[in-house]
Design a binder for this molecule. Structure first.
Ligand code: F0G
Length: 358
């Protein structure tokens, strides 16, 4: 039978894996690249959406985690540790338990989406809610990994970036070349760095004629790369990217300069508007942070930066089911109340505005 084998097996020739590497995989990668006619119509560009919510734990983190956990086990690790705004911890928990090792995860207390909290707990992680923010959690995870026998699987671990670069390989495979622009949400800028590396390698081996301009978007209240300084109290409804001191700051600036790229900041209102456009016009349901790439495209197209017909890929990073309550609010912020009806076909037909066949 034919089944996608996960990124380590599919791209074994382009990753640092050998016969000595135990492959810890849940079948990650191979996610759909979806043509988004509604976004093309809105912008005049040719827009494609890379739906990373289709990974096993519902986010792009799985691409990096299969690599990081496989390498950790190859090196004899019995425990991994990470700081997380929720998706990394969900992924680390799943891959660790699949490998038969322990995951310790540090999350900012009360600041991660319920679905993600549930995932880490379901997969048996040692989950600790830290009374601080994500940046505090990352400082502690790094310190513990330096001093105790726990293997760090945040994106400061290069194995994470290596696994995540495979998403760019998949885009090139589908499009037959690199796009003109790649839009992506940014927190620690690990994924921005990973795609940049993936596209660079594709160009170097002659699989593409160009490298895309890398456009990264942060939330306005958590936009250190845009402001050029650490944000001490990062704030946004997009909890996944509520990060004030990005771990891959230096690499991200190099990637931006190499690709004639850009970092922009998006308000929470614009993130939620893009979230709604993506779910109601394209049919792709994401968590709020993921909509930053969509909002970024709409804003840059409006600014006249995107030529007509330019080929644009948007990464949407996490599944909407992780943090679904945003869908149950209208644009003005009020709660959506689904209509209640009796067990009565005539009443239901009436509410639906159906007219009986003659
Ligand atoms: N989108 C989602 C849904 C994320 O969970 C993250 C990061 C990002 C975008 C940003 O990616 O950090 O590589 O720039 N989430 C991390 C976590 C911080 O702990 O799950 P980045």
């Amino acid at each position: 039978a034919h089944q996608w084998r996960g990124v380590l097996r599919e791209y074994a020739d382009r990753l640092d894996v050998s016969d000595a590497t135990p492959i810890i995989s849940l079948g990650e990668g191979g996610t759909p690249l979806i043509p988004a006619a509604a976004l093309s119509a809105r912008t005049g560009a040719e827009v494609w959406v890379k739906f990373e919510g289709m990974n096993p734990t519902g986010s792009f983190k799985d691409r990096g985690m299969t690599m990081a956990v496989s390498k950790a086990v190859e090196h004899g690790a019995k425990a991994i540790i990470c700081a997380s705004t929720g998706n990394t911890s969900a992924s680390a928990a799943a891959y660790a338990t699949h490998a038969g090792i322990t995951a310790a995860v540090l999350v900012p207390e009360g600041k991660i989406a319920l679905g993600k909290l549930a995932q880490a707990i379901a997969h048996g992680a040692e989950l600790l809610q830290v009374r601080g923010n994500f940046d505090d959690c990352l400082d502690i995870a790094r310190e513990l990994a330096a001093q105790y026998p726990v293997h760090l699987v945040n994106s400061v671990n290069n194995d994470r970036i290596e696994g995540q670069k495979t998403a760019a390989f998949e885009v090139v495979e589908v499009l037959g070349d690199a796009p003109d622009f790649h839009f992506i949400p940014v927190g620690n800028a690990g994924n921005y760095t990973a795609y940049t590396r993936g596209y660079k390698e594709e160009a170097e081996r002659g699989a593409t004629t160009q490298r895309p301009r890398m456009f990264g978007f942060q939330a306005e209240g958590s936009a250190p790369l845009v402001r050029g300084e650490i944000v001490r109290d990062p704030d946004t409804i997009a909890s996944a990217i509520r990060i004030g001191n990005p771990a891959s700051w230096e690499l991200a600036l190099i990637a931006r300069d190499e690709t004639d790229g850009y970092f922009g900041a998006i308000s929470d209102a614009k993130i939620l508007e893009a979230h709604r456009i993506l779910s109601s016009e394209v049919g792709v349901f994401v968590e709020p942070a993921s909509a930053a790439s969509v909002a970024g495209l709409l804003e840059r197209a409006e600014a006249g930066v995107i030529p007509k017909g330019a080929r644009v890929v948007l990464t949407v990073t996490g599944h909407g089911l992780k943090d679904p309550h945003w869908a149950l609010r209208t644009a003005d912020g009020s709660e959506v109340q689904p209509t209640s009806v009796a067990v009565d076909p005539a009443e239901i037909a009436g509410v639906l505005g159906l007219v009986k066949r003659p």
